[in-house]
Ligand binder design. Structure first.
Ligand code: BGC
Length: 422
């Protein structure tokens, strides 16, 4: 225990189905990418063909030294039409879980990572209260079928991201942390087309990332609570949580109240549901600084990542401390990552992030795992393949994988259960 990390600490890397599997054709995101006027830079297409190559990919992560793998099961594959479950998709994910076991990787399974089945939009997507029951029924099926192989389940990824995006679009043209043009994202024409591709109309079209009004937030919370109960009914031992996107929110003089409101929106408003969970999945990439007029632009000369936000590895330790003040359940860092084409900056990002985390553990904060985002360079949503977060590079013309130095570095840390002595 010289490193300060407890025995059995989950050292891993993460992916999400839509970003790596390829051809997620029954999902709303696929419709968005293919809608005329889509703001997506490119289509996901075959992605990195992980749906076919998962066995090699899992073997590679294990060879690097990792002990855990976080990935998502795709609702649109398991239930391609309402109430119709695909035996073939269930068996696929069974084999993914078996591959993890064979390679000694503990699986942490996300049941929903932004994408939903197209058919859900016909019912009003994440604005329809009955979506909570639909989601719980899907989670129940997954756990009934595969629960013996799933020790950790995350119902939904970043339930606060819709709130974050809403506030971002309200406050800008284009500012940090993400350089998305608000107009292109909210333009009605392509949304109408995406809705049509989902077999519905724009008024019913409510994908997960737009679930930011009060009623939809209530649906998302209800979906989490119902899914957790459904999974626990079948397998009381399964450890259930959700993930939150949590930048370290800071205030400049005069920005205190704003920063407080932002933090309430990102974190505190979810405490009512999180407090009944087994752990919180915490995801951190950077900090956000608020002044009296809103989000402050990074200072001139600040190092920025490919995403346009500040390179700030220490934000992780700070936000873990912040969260721990309000929380009595364990924390698992389910994402921490940086988009850069300079892998030495990634090695440093991981090292400095983990030094901070080690300090948290030394102060008695209960952190159970660290997952780097991402295991592989992959489809970064509306940015397409241009942003490289992976510890493994992928040549998409051949689907050849090449481990980066950062992959070997994280693997070494996993083998040693910590950074070791400096
Ligand atoms: C998401 C990932 C995404 C990553 C990097 C997180 O918000 O869970 O899907 O790729 O951040 O932007």
């Amino acid at each position: 225990m010289a490193s300060g990390y407890p025995e059995g600490f989950l050292w891993g890397a993460a992916t999400a189905a839509h970003q790596v599997e390829g051809n997620n054709v029954n999902s709303d995101t696929w419709a968005e990418e293919n809608a005329k006027g889509s703001p997506y830079a490119e289509r996901s297409g075959d992605a990195i063909d992980h749906y076919r190559l998962y066995r090699e990919d899992i073997a590679l992560l294990a060879r690097l030294g990792l002990k855990a793998y976080r990935f998502s099961i795709e609702w649109a594959r398991i239930e391609p039409e309402a109430g119709h479950y695909s035996r073939s998709a269930i068996e696929h994910y069974r084999d993914v879980l078996i591959a993890c076991r064979e390679h000694g990787l503990t699986p942490v399974v996300t049941l929903h990572h932004f994408t939903s089945p197209r058919w859900l939009m016909r019912f009003g997507g994440w604005s329809d209260p009955a979506t909570a029951d639909r989601f719980a029924a899907y989670c129940e099926t997954v756990v009934r079928e595969l629960g013996d192989l799933i020790p950790y389940a995350l119902t939904m990824n970043e339930v606060d991201l819709p709130v974050m995006l809403r506030d971002l679009f309200a406050s800008i043209g284009q500012t940090p942390p993400v350089g998305i043009a608000a107009e292109s994202w909210t333009a009605p024409e392509w949304r109408e087309e995406a809705a049509r591709l989902c077999g519905t109309t724009a008024d019913k079209y409510r994908p997960f990332l737009t679930a930011s009004d009060e009623a939809s937030i209530a649906v998302v919370k209800d979906a989490h609570v119902k899914a957790r109960a459904a999974m626990k009914r079948i397998r009381p031992d399964i450890q259930v949580g959700l993930t939150l996107a949590l930048p370290d929110v800071q205030a400049l003089p005069g920005g205190e109240e704003r920063a407080e409101n932002v933090w309430n929106g990102y974190f505190r408003q979810y405490l009512d549901v999180i407090s009944g969970d087994d752990f919180l999945g915490l995801q951190n990439y950077t900090r956000e600084v608020y002044g009296p007029d809103g989000a402050a632009i990074p200072e001139a000369g600040a190092e920025l990542t490919q995403m346009g936000y500040e390179y700030d590895p220490e934000a992780l330790g700070r936000v873990v401390r912040q969260v721990a003040r309000d929380l009595s359940i364990p924390i698992v860092v389910t994402e921490h990552g940086v988009a850069t084409d300079d892998d030495t900056r990634r090695v440093e990002f991981i090292r400095r992030g983990l030094e901070g985390l080690q300090g948290c553990l030394a102060d008695g904060i209960d952190v159970r795992g660290y997952f780097y985002w991402s295991a592989f360079d992959n489809f970064e949503w509306n940015f397409g393949y241009s942003k490289t977060f992976g510890i493994v590079a992928v040549d998409r013309s051949t689907q050849e994988r090449t481990a980066k130095e950062s992959g070997r570095y994280l693997g070494e840390i996993a083998r040693n259960n910590g950074l070791g002595r400096p």
